[in-house]
Design a binder for this molecule. Sequence first.
Ligand code: AMP
Ligand code: MG
Length: 441
Amino acid sequence: MSQGADRVWSVTEHLNSVLGRLAPLERIELQLLDAQGCVLVEDVTVPVALPPFENSSMDGYAVRTADVAAATREHPAVLDVIGDVAAGAGELPTVGPGQSARIMTGAPLPPGAEAVVPVEWTDGGTGGGPAAAMAPRASDPRGASGEVRVHRPAQSGQFVRARGSDAAAGELALAAGTVLGPPQIGLLAAIGRGTVAVRPRPRVVVLSTGSELVQPGEELRPGSIYDSNSFALTAAARAAGAIAYRVGAVTDEVETLRATIEDQLIRADMIVTSGGVSVGAYDVVKEALSTLGGSFGDQAEDSAGFVEFRRLAMQPGKPQGFGRIGPDRVPLFALPGNPVSAYVSFELFVRPAIRTLMGAATVHREVVRAVCVVGIEESPSGKRQYLRGHYDRMTGTVTPVGGSGSHLVKALAHADALIVVPEADTSVAAGAEVDVILLDQ
Ligand code: AMP
Ligand code: MG
């Protein structure tokens, strides 16, 4: 392997070197909905039993089991209805022998009662059957008069949710490391947590470089093209779990680019640029960032940080810049400009980096073995090639989509996988097995 500026890095070496320079973001306390998708960094215990009190799982009547033990359709038990117990009721009637209370789902079981008889097993207290039963009673809102006929006996605890039957006080609700999805956020709310300690979503600033770039929706000039990278990369950063800010396209001027990046540092946990990292005359990213000073690796960075530009043994995506800049050492990825190169580079390096900042347990995409149904005739020797493909989970096969050109954005948009052709292979026979990186969630 060659050293210094001539050195060519393998994909794995570059990835390891990048991830080795990143640490998860500091924990913060967030409102529940702001913590969606974040990794929990505290063990959350249940403060009070869930549910916090015995309550009914049905609309019906709270009864004493002895009173209905002999009840049948022919010989129903006839009980006095002494009141209504709605969800949220604070004051509860006491159910004595021969008595019952009309009760709603989620309402506390009143003292004296041992079970709930669903309204369907009664005449609804109206003599008219269950259909009219649960309607509010205009004459007496507490329903504190009348009788109910019960057709079936009830076991003790029937249709009653015991206190703590979901979770006991002191029990572990969610362990540190849990990713907070909707049900986990629901649980936190259910046990009364207003905020939780998590690793925040990284704030990723995305900008494109290129004087040829025009904002979509505007008129193309001769020789100009639409800026697609800043959109694709912002969307990709969001899909990876980040809060992403799209700055848009910056012209190929070193000072403009430097000033823009400097302005963005304040709100960035990571900066991603595209374009301007090759060896062309207007490759300003390289020019703007490689002169920040210092070095990276074993040597110390200077006050401004440093971005190193490397050549990788991969296709697409050979030129890659990475470093940490500004007083806070914000990680910066300088990705190549070709849209497919930029996107593949994001998938391989930036996405794992975002996931690392989030403290995620899995930082990489799922990789599967699949049968490549079409032969790949040419693959560059000595480079790991990533071709776009469509993966069929049912058959375990993958089909290349489009060619190897790194400008083929339509093919990329119709792909859901990357086919990996190893460095040593210069072709893939039809029917051969290959590694496939699945891009779908
Ligand atoms: P560069 O690395 O800046 O030389 O760009 C390589 C190729 O990618 C050129 O054809 C650029 O026009 C194209 N390109 C660079 N940035 C973008 C972008 N943001 N959106 C679409 N194409 C781009
Ligand atoms: Mg350019």
